[in-house]
Design a protein around this ligand. Structure first.
Ligand code: S3P
Length: 173
């Protein structure tokens, strides 16, 4: 982390956990700028995430994702940033987000699956079992990096209220 008076608020979690929805509401509540990493990758690449996976494959997507993460983390003053579900899987990203306030939005696989099963997400096309396996594989990383773990049983605005309370009591907003 460099140059910021406050850490960025970084939302992590599996596909369908509400990172973008909650992130936008959280940014509004705090009057901070909001960025969605997938959107930023799409702007840089002039392609959708789906097109990038299809044309160049996941490996290239991950390289572009890391480059875009570095760019967005360099923004100042502090922002609310929604990552993709797989952004922090490469260990080199862990140093990049170190010092920022990381909010893990968590929910059971079956609820997440209902939200993503009809979407075009490239890594949600192999059925519920594959999705659950991916989720279980990733949980240890989310857990390790999270400053705060929020279980999303409530509506997004309630989730935002809980986050605002928590980050204010931790002195981060
Ligand atoms: C991915 C999640 C997606 C997107 C890409 C890969 C993943 O973002 O970055 O399809 O590996 O979990 P969301 O988590 O916003 O769906």
């Amino acid at each position: 982390m460099s140059g910021n008076t406050r850490p960025h608020l970084v939302l992590i979690g599996m596909m369908g956990s509400g990172k973008s929805t909650v992130g936008r509401l959280l940014a509004d509540a705090l009057d901070w700028p909001f960025y969605d990493l997938d959107e930023q990758i799409e702007i840089q690449a002039h392609m959708t995430v789906g097109q990038i996976f299809q044309t160049y494959g996941e490996k290239t997507f991950r390289q572009w994702e890391i480059q875009t993460l570095a760019l967005v983390l360099s923004y100042s003053p502090a922002i609310v940033l929604a990552l993709g579900g797989g952004t922090l899987l490469d260990e080199q990203t862990h140093k990049m987000v170190n010092g920022h306030y990381i909010i893990w939005l968590d929910a059971p696989s079956k609820d997440l699956w209902l939200r993503v099963k009809d979407s075009a997400r490239p890594l949600a096309q192999q059925g519920m079992e594959a999705f659950d396996r991916l989720h279980q594989e990733r949980r240890a990383t989310y857990e390790k990096l999270a400053s705060v773990h929020i279980t999303c049983v409530d509506e997004p605005d309630k989730v935002v209220e809980a986050i605002v309370q928590k980050i204010r009591s931790d002195g981060n907003a």
